[in-house]
Ligand binder design. Structure first.
Ligand code: ASP
Length: 377
């Protein structure tokens, strides 16, 4: 990768006299909305330095194109190269020095452990470069929540990492990718984003990678966090109102540089008439743990208890989760977890529990320690 162009001068700062074009480092480090009409932030009048941001492209709808402008939900994802996406948002160059790097060109539904590890290791490598202030990852929205959570748990840096996507391709009426990308660069450039773990920015909101989840198949307003977003991006300013409460990045026990393989963890989805054979299939497939996305508060149908106990007897960890999408699964409530040696997810969605369980299993196979991991992270 070439060095960043150090283009920022006093002239550039003066040019950036509006909030929209203010240099990224001129963003307020704390939450301080302007009391009166917006004026240039104080730092914009000094020799503000634009942040150096690497944008790593992985594909998704933000790199998508449709046949016509009305194709907001039917289009081809992962076709536009990241450099072209960056070039289509010239406003970005006013707030940061950016460099694109294409690692994949895939729909995010095609992420697997191998690709996840490859991306995370590359992110870690780029973060170590002293002239890099932050990273933005363009990503499909389907599994953005899994990638962001994985990075949140495994990166050993406090530099901002922001994962961004879009719900509509750039060719569509009401395309959301350009603003989302601009906002993501703003957030990655803001010193206030340091030390907050991996963030996800879409639809004017900043979410923690831990909690965020996609909740609608086509609407621009699809990302939500059970406990609310951490903040907003508005008029070229990123504003934080909350902090992540659970440990992340530098505070965790996992370092992506030391992880080369993830153990197999299966998610089995519960429904009326769920087939017990799905548990056996996961075990035969080499699952070291099964996240059972159960109904309600992790309830297990009477005909599913024995198959799950049998899997546990073979050494497979059983994790009770909920398919409801929010709330916590209470230990020893719907099932006697102590007696069966099972684990509960706390508030983790099944797909997030899979990530956490896979990481936890790289360090221990003790169900008591694994339960503590769910309560901690
Ligand atoms: N299937 C696409 C993906 O996740 C959807 C999107 O990006 O919005 O890559």
């Amino acid at each position: 990768m070439k060095n960043f162009a150090r283009a920022t001068t006093l002239a550039a700062a003066l040019l950036s006299a509006s909030l929209i074009t203010a240099p990224a480092h001129a963003q307020p480090a704390t939450v301080a909305p302007p009391a009166a009409a917006p004026t240039a932030p104080a730092a914009a009048t000094a020799e503000a330095r634009k942040a150096n941001i690497v944008i790593i492209g992985t594909g998704g709808t933000i790199a998508g194109a449709g046949a016509s402008a009305i194709n907001t939900a039917a289009y081809q994802s992962a076709v536009v190269p990241v450099d072209k996406i960056i070039a289509s948002v010239p406003e970005i160059s006013k707030v940061a020095n950016v460099k694109g790097e294409q690692i994949f060109q895939i729909g995010s539904e095609s992420f697997n452990n191998e690709r996840l590890l490859k991306l995370a290791k590359r992110v870690s490598e780029v973060l170590k470069q002293p002239d890099v202030d932050g990273i933005v990852i363009t990503h499909g929205t389907d599994t953005i929540e899994e990638t962001a959570y994985f990075l949140n748990l495994t990166l050993k840096s406090d530099k901002p990492v922001v994962v961004v996507g879009s719900m509509r391709p750039g060719t569509a009426l009401g395309a959301d990718g350009a603003l989302n990308l601009y906002d993501a660069v703003l957030v990655a450039s803001n010193p206030a984003s340091k030390g907050k773990g991996t963030l996800v920015v879409l639809n004017d909101e900043i979410h923690t990678g831990r909690d965020v989840t996609k909740s609608n198949t086509f609407k621009a307003e699809t990302f939500r966090s059970q406990f609310g977003p951490l903040g907003y991006v508005v008029e070229g300013r990123s504003l934080f109102y909350r902090l992540p409460a659970r440990p992340h990045t530098l505070q965790t026990e996992w370092d992506i540089d030391k992880i080369d393989k993830l153990p197999e963890v299966a998610v089995v989805y519960a429904y009326g008439n769920v087939n017990p054979a799905s548990i056996d299939a996961a075990v035969k497939n080499g699952a070291k743990a099964i996240v059972y996305a159960a109904t309600g508060n992790g309830s297990v149908g009477d005909y599913m208890v024995e198959p799950l106990k049998a899997a546990r007897a073979k050494g497979v960890q059983i994790v009770r989760a909920s398919r409801t999408g929010s709330g916590v699964v209470v230990r020893n409530a719907e099932q006697p977890d102590d007696k069966y040696d099972w684990i509960v997810t706390d508030d983790q969605l099944p797909q997030k529990a899979r990530i956490l369980m896979a990481l936890a299993l790289t360090r221990t196979n003790d169900p008591k320690a694994l339960q503590q991991v769910f309560w901690k992270y």
